[in-house]
Design a protein around this ligand. Structure first.
Ligand code: ATP
Ligand code: MG
Ligand code: MG
Length: 357
């Protein structure tokens, strides 16, 4: 088949559609919001709710395979589509990634470490959780959080009632706040035949809860890198996922690698691959979803990715004046504060560093 249906119409869908186009595929976007970043570059778009059965069945009939770029598509939507058309990744990966307690339990079930955590549905359970997890801690909503939204810090002197009311959700998780030395992420592609390829790791820095900068390959101990790569493969296999799985980790002072969260789709920390790797994460995603062989994942450059958040985007003329910089803008009209408007990849040096340019 040659038409890929993508659930969600944001920048991840846009860059997937552009990569798909280069491989000769068409993309059909399904999104409740009209004229998003992906719709602007795709062959066809359906605007409909996630429970619009008529629109969904017309969409299924128009495409050869369905994937997603938005992790909050209801699992029931995926199950409905899966009756008519292959859906990659399938409902299990989505269900686990949508809920922070499920995701941490799943990681533990796979033999991986996480921060200590406690599922919290009442104020009393928050008090229990604090005894179990210890301070400092972070209270998070289990669902729908992104860019650090839906999180409240809990310290020794925090009023639990105030924290609970501030969070305003009765489906929550309390996590020990980890004093990490760095954050890293792994993106693994798993093909239709079950074969996996892991991109070189990225090291990630956040500003106000939002990813600001990634650098790859991450400058971490080889043992740390191997542990993170093995964890990503173990999770992708256990989820029986076909597509991409991104896994975020905290690295502690003694070199422990703790799973923070997973996303069954391309990931912001993988954008560097567009300009620094033999295959971009978006091309790899397309290859996995349509059943093509996976591409090579060698880093070609040590690469820095800077997100353009809100008004940062106004600096783009200066950014493209830098000959090492590659600019990617998402076609969003309004530069609201905290909104991801684009990113720039800077090739810092050839990789490996002794390879001539
Ligand atoms: P994303 O935009 O990556 O999806 P998110 O809103 O889903 O983010 P997290 O990734 O859980 O939330 O948290 C955002 C950031 O907050 C983390 O990358 C990390 O810097 C910090 N953070 C979250 N949980 C913890 C923790 N348990 N200990 C220390 N720092 C944490
Ligand atoms: Mg997240
Ligand atoms: Mg995160």
């Amino acid at each position: 088949g040659s038409t890929i249906g993508i659930l969600g119409g944001g920048q991840l869908g846009r860059m997937t559609a552009l990569a798909a186009g280069n491989l000769g595929y068409r993309c059909h976007i399904y999104d409740p919001v009209p004229d998003g970043p992906a719709s602007q570059v795709s062959a066809a778009t359906t605007v409909g709710g996630w429970d619009d059965t008529a629109a969904l069945s017309a969409f299924a009939a128009a495409v050869d395979v369905v994937t997603l770029e938005f992790e909050n598509v209801p699992v029931s939507t995926l199950e409905l589509l899966a009756r008519d058309v292959p859906v990659r990744p399938g409902p299990l990966a989505l269900q686990v990634a949508q809920h922070r307690v499920e995701e941490k339990r799943f990681a533990r079930h796979c033999g991986l470490e996480t921060a200590p955590f406690w599922g919290v549905t009442t104020l009393d359970e928050l008090a229990d959780g604090l005894s179990a997890v210890g301070v400092p801690a972070i209270l998070k909503t289990c669902r729908f959080g992104y860019d650090g939204k839906g999180q409240v810090a809990v310290d020794m002197d925090t009023s639990l009632r105030a924290a609970w009311e501030e969070l305003g959700s009765d489906d929550a998780i309390l996590e020990r706040r980890i004093a990490f030395t760095c954050e890293i992420s792994a993106i693994v592609a798993r093909g239709l035949d079950g074969g996996c390829r892991v991109f070189p790791l990225a090291m990630n820095e956040h500003r106000d809860g939002i990813l600001r900068r990634s650098v790859a390959p991450a400058p971490v101990d080889p043992a740390v890198a191997r542990a993170a790569e093995a964890a990503a493969v173990a999770l992708a296999e256990a989820l029986e996922l076909v597509g991409l799985l991104a896994v975020e980790f905290f690295v502690t002072g003694d070199g422990e690698v703790l799973v923070n969260e997973i996303a069954p789709r391309p990931h912001n920390s993988g954008h560097w691959t567009q300009d620094g790797c033999a295959t971009s994460q978006f091309e790899q995603f397309v290859r996995a979803v349509v059943g093509l062989p996976l591409g090579p994942v060698d880093a070609l450059f040590e690469t820095e990715m800077l997100n353009l958040i809100g008004d940062d985007v106004n600096d783009w003329p200066a950014l493209i004046a830098d000959p090492t910089a590659k600019l990617h803008l998402y076609g969003k009209a309004e530069a609201r504060p905290g909104r991801k408007m684009g990113h720039v990849n800077r090739r810092l040096r050839p990789w490996p560093s002794d390879r001539p340019a």
